[in-house]
Structure formats: C-alpha cells, structure tokens
Design a protein around this ligand. Sequence first.
Ligand code: UD1
Ligand code: CA
Length: 459
Amino acid sequence: MTAPVDVVILAAGKGKRMCSSLPKVLHRLGGIPLVQHVIDTACALGARRLCVVYGHGGEAVRDALAASDLSFALQEPQLGTGHAVQQALPHVGRDGLVLVLYGDVPLTRLATLRRLIAGEEGTLRVLTVNLADPTGYGRIVRDEAGRIQRIVEEDDATPAQRAITEVNTGIMVIPAEKLPGWLAELSNCNAQGEYYLTDLVALAIHDGFPVVTVQAEAGWETVGVNSKAQLATLERAYQLQRADELLTRGVTLADPARIDVRGKLECGADVIIDVNCVFEGNVRLGDRVTIGANCILRDMVVGDETVIAPFSHLEEASIGVACQIGPYARIRPGTRLAAHVHLGNFVEVKNSSIGERTKANHLTYVGDSEIGRGVNLGAGTIVCNYDGANKHKTIIEDDVFIGSDTQLIAPVRVGQGATIGAGTTVTDDIPPGVLALSRVKQVAIDRWKRPQKKVKGEE
Ligand code: UD1
Ligand code: CA
C-alpha cells in the first residue's frame, strides 16, 4: 500500500426498520456488533486513521467500541451519508485516500477492499455488485461506452433506472485532497432531502475527474443490514462460511447448517461436532474431541480425546485430556479439570479444581472446592459452599470415597483415603483413612401404626 488510507465508518443512521431501541450498528452478527466487524476489517487493512461517525444511540455506540483505538465524530442531526462524511473531515488527513465503509455492511472481505484501494491513482473508486434483486440500493448508471455516470438512489430513480441490477455497495475510495470541496458542493434536492455521498460520482465526472468501479465477487460481502430479516439471513450466510472453514480444516460437522460460532473456535485434528452446538468467545478443542448434540461452550479449553455428551453447558473453564462430560452437565466459570475426569448427568461444578480420574457421575453440586485425584463422589453429593452470606472452601484429598446423598458443609476438609457413608452430613474435618458416618442407626419398630386421615364430623 503506497498512499496512506484513512477510514471513515458511517454508523449514525437510525435503523428504523430494526424496530429496536438498540442502535442498528450494535446488533450482533456472529456474536459481534455489526460495526465491530467493519472496524476489525479496517484494522486488518492497516488504516492510518479510523473514525466512526455516530449519532443515533450516541454514547451507547461510543461505549460499545471504547476498547478499540478509534476517533469518533458526532453527526447530529443525521442529514445523509454525505453530511456524515463531512462530520469526519477533521479526523482524516489531507493526503492519501479516504475509504468510506458502512457500519451496517459487516462482511466485506479484506481482499475486496485491498483491490479497491490498489486501484489506479487519481481516481474516485466505487465498489459495486450485481444483485438479482437490487431493490433498495442505489443504481449504477452508465453511458453507452459503459462508463459510470452517476449513482441514482431508488427513490429518485426512473423505472428504467430501477431495472439496473448493478448497485452501489456504498463503499468508496476518495482522494483526500478532493473530498472537502466535493462535500461542500452536495445538495439535498432529492426525494429524501438528504446530502447523498453517492452524488460525489456525478460531481467528480463534472470536474473531469475519473471514476472507476470495482466489482465485489460475492453478494453477501456487500449486503447491508436494514431489518431483522436481513440480519437473520446474513447471520446464516456468515455461519455457513464459518462452517465451511471448519470443514476445510478437517473438522467433522454432522450438519454444517446447524452450528453457530460466535467468536473464535480452534479445533485440533479429527474433532467431531454433532448438531446444534453453539460456540462463544474463545473456544479451543484439542485433537479427537467429540462434542455431542445441543452443547453450548463459551470461553473453554478442552483437552485431547475428551467427549462432551449432549445437552451440556460449559463456560470459562478448562478440561483436561480424555475426560467424559455429560450428558446434561453444567460446567461454570473457574472450573479446572485434570485428565480422565468423569462428570455425568446433572452435575454442576463451579470455581473448583478436580484431580485426575475423579468421578462424579450423577446429580452432584461442587462449588469452591479443591478435589484430589481418584475421588468418587456418589450420586447426590452436594457441597454446601454458601452460608447465606459468604462462600467457603471444601478440600477433598486424593482417593476419598463419598457415599451417595452426602452434604459437605464448607469450610471442611476430607483427608486422603477417607470414606464417607451414604447420607452423611459432613460438618467437621475428616481425618485421612477413616470411615465417617453421621446418619442415625437404622431401627425397626414393630407394629408401627401410620397416622390416619381424620374423617369429617369426628373430633
Ligand atoms: C446507501 C446508499 C446506496 C447504497 C446503499 C448500500 C446513499 C445516499 N445511498 O443507501 O446508494 O446502495 O447504502 O447499502 O449513500 N448514515 C449515517 N448518517 C446519515 C445517514 C446514514 O451515518 O445521516 C449511515 C448509516 O448508519 C449506515 C450507512 O450510513 O451505516 C448507510 O445509510 P442508509 O440510510 O442505510 O443508506 P441506504 O438507504 O441503505
Ligand atoms: Ca443501508
């Protein structure tokens, strides 16, 4: 890239057709706000400066994007796309190129933008695309020689112009030195009473300044989101693309149309993912990991050979190699599992570490605990970590055997190799090696009479 490129992202529009109080550009695609996709692409381009024009929903837009190194220009009121770029003028240089992107067009490929930027020097460049249904877009009007003349917005177009299927994507590269003068010349004498950025084309041609078009390859690259229906359609297009990437890398997907990746999913070799799984944030799956149907994983690291059975929900945790999780397991933040751990149905673990080969196969809650290796937690074992005000820690050392329906009242420590009888309520530390029991001894009362139901009228 020779000339420096400053990027202006237009994100001030109301997005009325979204029927939402959330600013349009903050609606999420693949779990990421629409405008964040555009910002990420602009950053990957190596833009010199990056300015977001915001207006509707003002501070919410600024705050949502505060993490990135951006400048912001307020457009208030919103008088059109040309007026929006005008507000960004103080944030762009006087040399090089200005690339205008739309905050509601999230999926434009880097390669496409690079082609646009690499175009002939001293030209105004417009990214266009051919659409089977051009409804709603600005049409590209050409002369007999095929040279672009101007862009006509749908509301201003004649029936003949409406039949044109080559449309304006909205994405433009403008020589920075020309931009202020052209913007000052824009008028709002049009159907929408707005200052259209698209009128720069006719202005440039009037000045004898060459205008060139570059075609985007895929329609989805240039699709804007104006309604919930378009957002849903684009989400599916995006997810299919993500699924394709996974298949290309050798991941087995039971159905590429039934997976959702909302963030980054890294997979080792021979990973198998069944239908309807959702991956959020950063998820890393090791080699030969199998994920059953209907699992949700958010910010997880899963070791090689581990099997997550259907309907499990896992977040912010790390799982060692060759573990068996679920079905119906819930792994909550701060859980760290060593190798070969088994957690079965209706087992919930939070903020705890569990050692190698430990098993909790049925109906168990473990919170704020340190559990050693080779421990067996019987069905219905509950760690009572919360006293109503504070959380307390439970420590269970290696090779402990816990009988079913045991409650451990934290803080408490169970020594290595101890055995706890079924139905025990553990209130005190248990020394290593002992058998601990707290239940009443079973008695058999002869000829026991159950209470009788009172008959009406009798006292
Ligand atoms: C615009 C183009 C149209 C193109 C289409 C592609 C104009 C006049 N028309 O139409 O040729 O085919 O995009 O998607 O440019 N915005 C502001 N401030 C404003 C108005 C809009 O920041 O005052 C932002 C919006 O937030 C949005 C973008 O500019 O990100 C496009 O605005 P929108 O109203 O959606 O334009 P379209 O009618 O779709
Ligand atoms: Ca639009």
